[in-house]
Design a protein around this ligand. Sequence first.
Ligand SMILES: Nc1nc2c(c(=O)[nH]1)N=C([C@H](O)[C@@H](O)CO)CN2
Length: 119
Amino acid sequence: MSDIVIIQGLKVDAVIGIYDWEKNTRQPLLFDLEMAWDNRLPAQTDDIRFALDYEAVSNEIVALVKRKPYELIERVAEEVAAMVMQTFKVTWLKLRVDKPTALPHAQSVAVQIERGSRG
Ligand SMILES: Nc1nc2c(c(=O)[nH]1)N=C([C@H](O)[C@@H](O)CO)CN2
């Protein structure tokens, strides 16, 4: 089974960074997420109850990332991945977290992680 559900470019304004000035402001983080999900039943039934609801996943990510300050984007990625897998019973995901305001001469910086197995 190789179906996935994708969230691309989810923007969350977070308190993120290792420097003092970063602890008193919000900076955008962008989340790209690929999540394994068997889409056959939702397709057959046309019923959201059987789908991985990308709106619900997005809402939970925004709530989590806004809840507290973070230092590293690695920590954000790990916590978001764990929450999505636990809350939504996702068995595999690939997650990229971009911090586009991090470096003045770079378009963006990012970390990407993959957790779980595709089954
Ligand atoms: N691997 C990482 N390197 C750095 C991070 C990070 O989160 N992960 N963060 C910073 C600073 O907060 C930087 O973004 C400020 O511009 C530096 N390196």
